[in-house]
Write a protein that binds this ligand. Structure first.
Ligand code: F6P
Length: 358
């Protein structure tokens, strides 16, 4: 009997269900021995507290196109994973106990950055773990692409597209704040696809003066509006000089809900222009996966299933240079994949007149 546990961890995204379906179908259709699938509910919490259900064919039918995760998810921060819970329970020990009690052969974890640190820890503790790269942020080390990303790019792009008409009609400056946590893949791609005039990324600290210059130049050229795609993690050149602690303190005292509102205020003060902020927020993580993500997540799931059938554990399945690859969990855990400010895509955008505020 082959017993597989599966959980989804961290923020949800599109194509989680498609990826799980890929794992399930590959294993159940190709295993030489009977298979049992255990779905842990709400991420690592399900593994800690033994909350699971046995999954069968009907659970995986009709889910390819459905967003979110049928197992539920939660954030279970790695930095406190070694701390006992409120009742004094050792969480890592509890996860191992659940795994051994159910006599699992392997745990499949679909997650992003933080979740991979816990997956690596469990692997180091002796559990057989295989993971899949999930996140709209596309910031996971060891893979060129994560599933969820392309779907989120499409939604964020539509938000920018649809702002154009109002920006033009009213002759306003519009800021569209785009998710991505501490990295700029999502705002960069949505900003380019949506034809933003200025794109601000965490990796390229901005200079307010440069932003004002672009707005005023567009004014002089008779353009009625300016659209700025701002990463939720965008940072000014002055703030980038602060230590992590100083910057956190500044944010905690700020009257602005996010960087976009501070920037909007500064632009109003300097130019007297009408400025509006739009924050699509979690809409970017919602709804059905686009076709690319359905195919990509299914392929990743199938590759993970294949690894498990071969008894190869301790890997994340990723995608590098257009090839499916297996990356040791220790290599993935704790590293971020950032946008390189010197990358060709940035150069190309600049050649087309896009400003990055630097
Ligand atoms: O990691 C995905 C993500 O959507 C980030 O882009 C964003 O910063 C964060 O999650 C939001 O987290 P939450 O859903 O916990 O508010």
């Amino acid at each position: 009997m082959l017993r597989i546990g599966m959980l989804t961890s961290g923020g949800d995204c599109q194509a989680l269900n498609a990826a799980m379906r890929g794992v399930y179908k590959t294993i159940t259709k190709n295993s030489k021995e009977p298979v049992e699938f255990y779905g842990f509910e709400d991420g690592y919490k399900g593994l800690i507290y033994g909350k699971f259900r046995i999954l069968s064919d009907s659970d995986f039918s009709n889910i390819l196109t459905i967003g979110g995760t049928m197992l539920g998810t939660s954030r279970c921060p790695f930095k406190t994973i070694r701390e006992p819970d409120e009742k004094g329970l050792d969480k890592v020990e509890a996860m191992k106990q659940t795994y051994y009690k159910l006599q699992l052969n392997c745990l499949v974890m679909l997650g992003g950055n933080g979740s991979h640190k816990t997956a690596n820890l469990l692997s180091e503790e002796g559990l057989n773990v295989v993971t899949l790269p999930k996140t709209i942020d596309n910031d996971l080390w060891g893979t060129d692409m994560t599933f969820g990303f392309q779907s989120a790019v499409d939604i964020a792009t539509r938000a920018i597209d649809e702002i154009h008409t109002t920006a033009f009609s009213h002759g306003r400056v519009f800021i569209v704040e785009i998710m991505g946590h501490k990295v700029g893949w999502l705002p960069l791609n949505a900003g380019l696809a949506g034809g933003a005039d200025i794109i601000l990324l965490p990796e390229i600290p901005y200079d307010l003066k440069k932003i004002i210059d672009v707005i005023e130049k567009r004014d002089r050229e008779g353009r009625r509006f300016t659209i700025i795609a701002v990463a939720e993690g965008a940072i000014s050149k002055e703030d980038a000089k602060l230590s992590k602690k100083e910057y956190k303190k500044k944010l905690s005292k700020s009257k602005y809900p996010s960087v976009s509102y501070e920037l909007a205020d500064q632009i109003v003060k300097k130019t007297g222009r009408e400025v509006r902020v739009t924050v699509p927020g979690h809409v970017q993580r919602g709804g059905a996966p686009v076709a690319y993500d359905r195919v990509f997540a299914s392929r990743l799931g199938s590759e993970a299933g294949h690894l498990i059938l071969k008894g190869e554990y301790g890997f994340m399945v990723g995608y590098k240079n257009r090839e499916m690859v297996k990356v040791p969990l220790a290599e993935v855990a704790g590293k971020l994949k950032m946008v390189d400010p010197k990358a060709r895509i940035i150069k190309e955008a600049k050649l087309m007149g896009v400003s990055f505020g630097d």
